[in-house]
Design a binder for this molecule. Structure first.
Ligand SMILES: Nc1ncnc2c1ncn2[C@@H]1O[C@H](COP(=O)(O)OP(=O)(O)OP(=O)(O)O)[C@@H](O)[C@H]1O
Ligand SMILES: O=P(O)(O)OC[C@H]1O[C@H](OP(=O)(O)OP(=O)(O)O)[C@H](O)[C@@H]1O
Length: 214
């Protein structure tokens, strides 16, 4: 049976709407009283798993789900062995370096050598600063990363920015963009190649919806 891994959090509603448009109804996950972590589509032909956003590629890589929805940022960070099959066009944001407005830094290269940068995206941040040849310490956090510079724990952060409101309301400014991100449809590579459970037809239908929706 086709299994889709869906991310809890900000990508869930758009993911469910998109799957609904191709005949897969997992809207039960939008019911706040629901506590089930796996549900069947009412037609009984497909199943969805509700997982943490960073775990979606894990379920797809290990083949427990043939399809999944994950942010490009998460894919860059985790480098899973999955096929990236479609840009879904929602969940648009960017991974950026930011500092306190009141700080003297206006570009990453101004940051002090051996300074600290807090991030949930440790691998991306490390790679970025290595490319700049700037030796900084990456401090791993799991959320509310903006508090790094506010509390004085770090000089800068590497975090997702969408509207820029969170940065503004916390007295931070964006200095540089590492990359732009949006939600991607990912597939288990072998299932994709072998068209297991007819996933290629599902992908074609989703592609049709994402291109007509724009
Ligand atoms: N402010 C935003 N605007 C648009 N898309 C965003 C925004 N923040 C995150 N995203 C996208 O949505 C994905 C999921 O983000 P979300 O905030 O729901 O989960 P998370 O906080 O990263 O994960 P978790 O809650 O499991 O730790 C991100 O990986 C990114 O692709
Ligand atoms: O530019 P904005 O539109 O304000 O969005 C950016 C915020 O969204 C994400 O936070 P999230 O809600 O995922 O919380 P978290 O940082 O605690 O994970 C991100 O980490 C920023 O904090």
């Amino acid at each position: 049976m086709l299994t889709v891994a869906l991310p809890k959090g900000s990508l869930l509603t758009d993911s469910i709407r998109l799957l609904q448009s191709v005949g897969l109804d997992f809207s039960a996950f939008l019911d706040s009283s629901n506590r089930q972590l796996q549900i069947l589509d009412p037609t009984g032909t497909a199943r969805a798993l509700l997982v943490r956003t960073h775990d979606v590629p894990v379920y797809v890589e290990y083949g427990q789900a043939q399809l999944g929805v994950a942010g490009y940022d998460v894919l860059r960070e985790k480098q899973p062995r999955v096929a990236q099959v479609l840009d879904l066009g929602f969940g648009k944001c960017r991974l950026s370096v930011a500092v306190k407005e009141s700080s003297p830094y206006r570009r990453s290269l101004d940051l002090p050598a051996h300074g600290r940068v807090a991030s949930k995206f440790v691998h991306c941040a490390r790679e970025y600063f290595q490319r700049l040849d700037l030796p900084v310490e990456i401090v791993p956090l799991s959320g509310s990363v903006e508090l790094g510079p506010i509390t004085g724990m770090s000089e800068a952060i590497v975090d997702l920015v969408s509207t820029g409101r969170t940065l503004k309301e916390n007295g931070l400014i964006e200095m540089e963009v590492l990359f732009e991100s949006s939600a991607r449809l990912i597939a288990h590579p072998i299932s994709y190649r072998l068209n297991t459970d007819g996933i290629c037809d599902r992908i074609a239908a989703i592609r049709e919806m994402t291109t007509t929706a724009v």
